[in-house]
Write a protein that binds this ligand. Structure first.
Ligand SMILES: [Zn+2]
Ligand SMILES: [Zn+2]
Length: 73
């Protein structure tokens, strides 16, 4: 029996709880993706949530306007 949470197997959140199995490794940051984690499968490659958030860009009109000439600004 665990002497921290006094349960066997450990209660969720107990520091003695064994880590969940690693299911994938993120192709971008090489961080392990554990069972139960959210991840993204892009053309067969596993991406962790954090990398996807970095990779996502929001299309903004301002980006498009930058391509234009502002003669009458
Ligand atoms: Zn425990
Ligand atoms: Zn990642």
């Amino acid at each position: 029996m665990c002497d921290i949470c006094l349960h066997s197997p450990c209660l969720p959140g107990c520091p003695n709880e064994p880590p969940p199995p690693i299911v994938y490794t993120c192709v971008n940051c090489q961080e392990p993706i554990y069972e139960g984690d959210d991840y993204y499968d892009i053309e067969g490659d596993a991406w962790c949530e954090e990398c996807i958030r970095d990779a996502l860009k929001i299309a903004e009109l301002e980006d498009w306007y930058d391509e234009e000439d502002y003669d009458d600004r």
